[in-house]
Design a protein around this ligand. Structure first.
Ligand SMILES: [Zn+2]
Length: 201
């Protein structure tokens, strides 16, 4: 099996450990995307595409991330230490979606991806540089809904309602687009683990 193409999207933020996203094509036939190139303490490494593990709320059955302190649907408090532990004692919060199953394959992928990353960095300095990685528009800023654009009665009255509500309940400190208290509470936790999966294992 050969890696026939590697496409890379550079992140260009020296303060972030996430250096790039990439996709791999095998034998010109099969693509895996959402691999990450991450700055580690011993140089860059490649993390496989992964997803957050979830479980169900005991009260309402909604799905929540394993580190959620509160159910995102009904708000019941959840045990934060409920995730299974890996052999080295860390909480298992992510599962790889695609990954190598032997060290030869792991090393081949990592080596070729990191070589491609370095040449992408060089290529990015050239005028007219365009990344070939398709991000499906996830990097774009969303368009506003029509109500927001034309400032209709609906959106004006919504703002009025919020202002009146704020006056009547000043202690709540309501803002127009504040994330829910559950979402805010769930944001705490280990930042390192929130951002990345375990990497190549
Ligand atoms: Zn719930």
């Amino acid at each position: 099996m050969e890696i026939s193409e590697i496409r890379i999207k550079l992140m260009n933020d020296p303060n972030e450990r996430l250096q790039a996203f990439c996709s791999l094509t095998f034998d010109g036939s099969f693509v895996i995307r959402d691999l990450k190139i991450i700055q580690g303490s011993k140089g860059s490494f490649v993390a496989m595409p992964s997803r957050k593990l979830m479980d169900h709320c005991p009260r309402c059955s909604a799905k929540n991330h394993l580190r959620a302190q509160f159910c995102n649907e009904c708000g019941v408090r959840l045990n934060q230490e409920r995730a299974l532990k890996t052999d080295d004692g860390r909480a298992k919060l992510y599962a790889d979606i695609a990954h190598p199953i032997n060290s030869d394959c792991r090393e081949t992928i990592q080596e070729q991806v990191l070589i491609a990353y370095v040449s992408e960095l060089e290529r990015s300095k050239l005028p007219g540089y365009v990344s070939l990685y398709d991000d499906y528009g996830e990097d774009h800023i969303a368009q506003l809904g029509e109500d927001e654009i034309v400032g209709t009665e609906l959106s004006r009255s919504h703002r009025l309602d919020t202002a009146q509500f704020r006056q009547s309940m000043p202690h709540l400190n309501v803002t127009d687009h504040a994330p829910s208290q559950f979402a805010m509470a769930n944001r705490t936790g280990n930042e390192e683990e929130e951002k990345f999966g375990a990497g190549l294992i």
